[in-house]
Design a protein around this ligand. Structure first.
Ligand SMILES: Nc1ncnc2c1ncn2[C@@H]1O[C@H](COP(=O)(O)OP(=O)(O)O)[C@@H](O)[C@H]1O
Ligand SMILES: [Mg+2]
Length: 293
């Protein structure tokens, strides 16, 4: 399949012009954002979205202006986790007004554009087979609009919650070539680490994006009765050590974290003194330190 740059004739749609115009809009938008950070793993279900939402909340609680882009176009969960699903997006000449949590974190997600809970994201095409072929480029287009057409205002941090897949960072990198850094999320299982290592190689060696560090999520379970730590997974050795990356923290499994995420309440705000809450607050501090150093 040809890329849009190779099309000799685009039937008058001026697709190259449209993409260039949006690239200009993105760089104008990002001119008022201090730091862009992608939260990635490669692996699904390891807690990227929960971690993104809680780093965003922790940064907001530190008095910073924060926006979150739900870059998981097909499996958007950020709006639910951050409790803004019932927001109706408003459009103004300056762009789409993002949803805002009660604490003031700004959020944009495909979920805010879907009318029904059960509605899947379907791309408009003659057949679903065509839609499948175009899915990746459609996803990049949606992401391009989320970043470029949203009226973010002045932000200290713009966080991007990536979908699973070790190539997903390259989509973001295409749109934000001066991406500030990447936070990697893994769980201590061999299966997770296998995939996460591929993503780190892609980020560090191929895209040359700065890696802020690695979070080990669901590192252990703390018994609510006796306080004893029990491992949840069996992996020896850490991904951060094998790649000589900084460890940003080990977040225990805490049922309250998943309940808060399901309810759309900000866990780090509700339980800042729980072990998982303290660890997430530390992660957000380390992200800030990374950019100050
Ligand atoms: N440390 C944790 N303790 C308890 N539940 C967690 C923790 N991390 C993630 N979860 C839960 O695990 C599930 C997957 O997390 P999610 O953030 O959606 O993963 P991903 O974005 O990587 O697919 C969610 O139901 C979430 O609430
Ligand atoms: Mg997710």
């Amino acid at each position: 399949m040809k890329t849009y740059e190779e099309l000799p004739d685009d039937a008058g749609s001026n697709i190259v012009g449209q993409v260039n115009a949006q690239a200009t809009r993105i760089s104008k938008r990002l001119a008022s954002v201090n730091y862009t950070v992608a939260i990635m793993s490669g692996k699904g279900g390891v807690g990227k979205s929960v971690v993104t939402a809680n780093i965003a909340t922790a940064l907001t609680l530190s008095g910073l202006a924060v926006g979150v882009v739900d870059a998981d176009i097909n499996g958007p969960t950020i709006a639910k986790i951050m409790g803004v699903r019932n927001t109706t997006l408003e459009y103004a000449s300056s762009g789409v007004k993002p949803a805002e949590t009660p604490l003031g974190t700004k959020v944009i997600s495909m979920d805010l554009l879907l009318s029904e809970d059960d509605a899947p994201v379907l791309w408009n095409a003659h057949t679903q087979k065509d839609a499948f072929t175009w899915r990746s480029s459609m996803e990049v287009s949606a992401l391009r609009e989320f970043i470029g057409d949203t009226d973010w205002g002045e932000l200290d941090y713009l966080l991007l919650d990536l979908p699973p897949g070790s190539e997903r960072l390259s989509n973001v990198f295409e749109l934000i070539p001066n991406l500030g850094g990447v936070v990697v999320v893994t769980i201590p299982s061999e299966v997770s680490n296998l995939i996460v290592k591929k993503s780190i190689t892609m980020a560090r060696d191929m895209l040359k994006v700065p890696i802020i560090g690695v979070i080990e999520n669901m590192s252990h379970y703390e018994c609510q009765h006796c306080g004893e730590h029990e491992p949840l997974f069996s992996s020896e050795g850490s991904v951060s050590a094998s790649f000589q990356l900084s460890s940003l923290g080990k977040i225990p499994f805490d049922p309250k974290l998943s309940i808060c995420s399901d309810n759309g309440t900000p866990f780090v705000h509700e339980y800042p003194n729980s072990p998982a809450g303290k660890e997430l607050m530390n992660v957000s501090q380390k992200v800030q330190d990374f950019f100050k150093s």
